[in-house]
Unconditional design. Sequence first.
Length: 108
Amino acid sequence: MPPKPTNVDEYLKDGCGRCALGGTPDCKVHPWAEVLRSLRAIVLQTELVEVIKWGAPCYTYAGKNVLMLGALKESVVLSFFSGFGNEGYFSDLGLAWREYTFCTLYPV
């Protein structure tokens, strides 16, 4: 099994390192690399801090997990952590989070 990535560039190049497909052309990250790069570019325009957790890109605010990017076989996920909107990033901006949203991007 390949080593787990230590940064997002390694994740995009080699995958999450949690299965034997990491670092191979069959890695589930590879077909979605451009979409992941585009989402990453958007997230990096915020004050969120980019780290790797559980082998995937995670974005934090004030040390708390806000969202993660990831690749599945047939989709990309942008997942928000439960509870982050009640205290933290959005409330610090004077905004309220009214519902939790989960987005999945897939080919049409």
